[in-house]
Design a protein around this ligand. Structure first.
Ligand SMILES: [Zn+2]
Length: 340
């Protein structure tokens, strides 16, 4: 069967590997149908000096598929069921896991597609407890965006930033996979959304998604534009994932007592902040990474309710690398999907 493996930094190969054995106790076997790409895949592809991983490594960190068979003791799935998978090997027994805070597992065995083999293969066995059913009416393509794309945003905006109806939120990089999801989810509860984009074509698309104000960060400083739009008040929440280039401007965009939630640093991981500004303005800065199984269920429910992920490009498995290049290009608006 086919598997797409990273054999060295920046070198992907479509390989033929042995099919998995029949699923064991508590496991299901899944036929993968669609993989969604994330910046995590780009980092994995480029290689990161400090990441412990073995090569070859099957790539793919976010996916949807169909149950092919179930192992002993699995009663909640049957062949043909459509599912998505939780992509981190959590232990299921530590305090965090038992409390449903899966992304704080104390014994996590790695992120699939990054540290350990991922989803870009025809079939794999998974623990049934890490598998979530896809509701009727949600396509495999859209469902593939739930475990990371949608669930990360769900966790950031609602668990961490506690975004409320009527609040104002600044969403950075409104054309990115998570940026598009953040605009849709914030608008769905009646927030005012300000977003940033890097060109005018994306500005038009962000408006179509429902963004109330779109700032082209290449032609004006976003923090100044935010002050103007909010009549110098600032926003309640900033949705950050750009990092070094924007972090201080993001803090300046907040109102007193505002919340900044961040899950990424694509423009660089290091910055300095003014601590006096931090405590005098009573900012809350919240780091967010991944999501819980509950967040994936919530994301799929939102999709079933009509909030659909924005898809930029769909490619076949052998064109995975072209999908990654699209993601790296900054031309992308929405998600890149790899079909099986
Ligand atoms: Zn655990």
């Amino acid at each position: 069967m086919r598997a797409l493996a990273l054999v060295a930094d920046r070198k992907l190969e479509l390989t033929d590997i042995a099919a998995p054995p029949p699923p064991g106790d508590g496991e299901v076997q899944i036929a993968v149908k669609a993989v969604a790409l994330n910046h995590l895949d780009v980092w994995g592809f480029r290689g990161m000096a400090f990441v412990k991983r073995k090569m070859p490594l099957v790539v793919g960190a976010e996916a949807a598929g169909e149950i092919a068979s179930v192992g002993p003791g699995v009663n909640n799935f049957k062949p043909g069921d459509r599912v998505v998978m939780y992509g981190a090997l959590t232990c299921g027994i530590c305090k965090a896991c038992r409390e449903g805070r899966d992304n704080l597992c104390e014994n996590v065995g790695g992120i699939m597609g990054f540290h350990v083999d991922g989803f870009a293969r025809d079939r794999l066995n998974m623990k049934a407890r890490l598998v979530v059913p896809v509701p009727d009416g949600v396509s495999m393509r859209d469902a593939a965006c739930a475990p990371i794309g949608f669930a990360t945003v769900q966790h950031m905006l609602f668990d961490n930033a506690r975004l409320k109806p009527g609040e104002t939120v600044l969403v950075h990089a409104g054309g990115s996979g998570i940026g598009t999801a953040a605009i849709l989810m914030a608008k769905a509860i009646g927030c005012t959304v300000i977003t940033t984009v890097g060109d005018d074509a994306k500005a038009a698309k962000a408006k179509e998604l429902g963004a109330d104000h779109v700032i082209n960060y290449r032609t004006e400083r976003f923090e100044g534009a935010v002050r103007k739009i909010t009549a110098k008040k600032g926003v309640d929440v900033v949705f950050e994932h750009v990092g070094a280039e924007t972090f201080n401007g993001s803090l300046l965009s907040l109102k007193r007592g505002g919340r900044l939630v961040t899950c990424g640093s694509t423009s660089g991981p290091t910055t300095t902040i003014n601590l006096m500004q931090l405590f005098q303005q009573q900012y809350r800065i919240i780091g967010s990474f991944g999501a819980s199984l509950r967040n994936i269920r919530e994301s799929l429910a939102k999709m079933a309710g009509g909030i659909r992920p924005i898809i930029d490009t769909e490619v076949a498995l052998q064109d995975f690398e072209r999908g990654l290049a699209r993601l790296e290009s900054r031309q992308v608006f929405g998600k890149v999907i790899v079909h099986f």
